[in-house]
Design a protein around this ligand. Structure first.
Ligand code: 5GP
Length: 116
């Protein structure tokens, strides 16, 4: 698997506005936010996507959702609600080939999913 921008952020080679970090997960603000709150939760392990993850990655992928839950609570958007999004591959619109969970909130979000 090749290098990518998120692996560089994980290795602290390029800066990011980090909101959470532990031994296996990093969360940081998206550089081009599409909602008032837009945070990316990523595994430190180089998992390319949901399509290519191993069964043994299920625990860390599950923990990504717990981290998103806790960040949403910390930012006080939990009660009003938010959206969690994972893009997969080309048709899913995934641009960075490192698994990431988008935490989107802070406003009522529209649905905008249709074939291009
Ligand atoms: P995707 O389209 O792959 O689901 O989402 C990739 C996301 O990564 C986009 O929302 C994009 O704005 C964000 N992104 C791309 N490069 C960087 C970067 O260098 N730093 C940060 N913080 N976010 C990035």
């Amino acid at each position: 698997m090749g290098d990518n921008i998120f692996l560089k952020i994980i290795r602290k080679e390029i800066p990011a506005d980090i909101v959470y970090e532990d031994e296996e997960i990093l969360a940081f603000y998206d550089i081009h936010p599409i909602a008032p709150v837009h945070i990316l939760v990523v595994p430190k392990k180089p998992i390319e996507s949901i399509a290519t993850m191993d069964d043994e990655d299920a625990a860390v992928v599950g923990r990504m959702f717990l981290v998103a839950r806790d960040i949403a609570r910390d930012l006080n958007i939990s009660e009003k609600g938010y959206k969690l999004l994972i893009r997969v591959g080309k048709d899913g619109g995934q641009e960075v080939p490192h698994l990431h969970l988008h935490l989107l909130g802070g406003a009522r979000l529209s649905e905008n999913i249709h074939p291009i």
